[in-house]
Design a protein. Structure first.
Length: 262
């Protein structure tokens, strides 16, 4: 197991800005919502497998990316780690007249699994609803460059408030063994820090958490003998992993650490 202390990144911050998407699509409303939803999902899979990424982005609502250029670049990356030709639609269930859940099987981010996609009718056109528009998600996925380096990640955060999930910016890979963290966290002299750490994977569908979240209670300093050490298990071999950090203390918490993989 190798360790590498990287130059600290800026604290995770909220990135504003709206996403812009075209309202054009070849899939229009019909009297068969399930059929229309399955059709647009299949068209998306086909566009991705044929590397028609601009066309693929026209079939979705995805507020993770504030620019079309960034969205297309990320979809190109998603195509490199998922096998869209393998994806097979197996079911579609109607939630209401304008919302359908499509179930499919296939290789998503290197893992064969069954997944769901929410499809919504918007202005008489059916669109896949991917990801989320949480400011923490936007901050994590819109760094100037995204990487999938396999050794380690360094993270730091300042002023994380109660109950909000945040994600480390740099992604990392693992061969399937435990992901280990050594770090510090501090909530002030009158309170104890209370933070959970978990591995989350960035896929074209959105965040997917893996393994159990590991709680760390108490204040720890950056001194070599006072840092905490935890092991996050249940993470299969793969890439595009981040650490999901949630503060459960009633006051803001600061912290930093290193992520060790194999």
């Amino acid at each position: 197991m190798k360790a590498k202390f990287l130059v600290p990144l800026l604290s995770l911050s909220i990135i504003g800005g709206a996403a812009f998407f075209s309202n054009t699509s070849t899939i229009h409303a019909t009297e068969d919502p399930q059929g229309a939803a399955k059709l647009v999902v299949q068209e998306f899979f086909d566009a991705m497998s044929e590397e028609k990424f601009a066309e693929a982005t026209e079939l979705v609502v995805d507020l993770r990316y504030p620019s079309k250029e960034k969205q297309i670049a990320k979809y190109e990356h998603y195509n490199s780690v998922s096998d869209f030709e393998s994806m097979k639609i197996v079911d579609a269930s109607l939630k209401d007249e304008a919302n359908v859940v499509v179930t499919f099987e296939g290789n998503v981010s290197g893992i064969d699994s069954k997944n769901e996609i929410y499809v919504k009718e918007i202005d008489e056109e059916w669109k896949l609803i991917l990801g989320d528009d949480d400011p923490a998600t936007i901050a994590a996925l819109n760094a100037p460059e995204f990487t999938t380096q396999a050794m380690v990640d360094y993270y730091s955060f300042t002023g994380f408030n109660y109950g909000r999930a945040h994600y480390t910016i740099n992604s990392f890979s693992t061969l399937g063994n435990a992901v280990n963290l050594i770090g510090w966290q501090y909530a002030g002299t009158q309170y104890h820090a209370d933070v959970t750490y978990q591995v989350a994977q960035d896929s074209f569908l959105g965040w997917k958490t893996l393994g159990k979240s590991e709680p760390v209670y108490g204040n720890y300093s950056s001194a070599a003998g006072d840092r905490f050490s935890i092991s996050l298990t249940g993470v299969p071999a793969g890439s595009d992993y981040h650490i999901r950090i949630v503060n459960w203390a009633p006051v803001p918490v600061d912290g930093a650490g290193n992520v060790y993989t194999n």
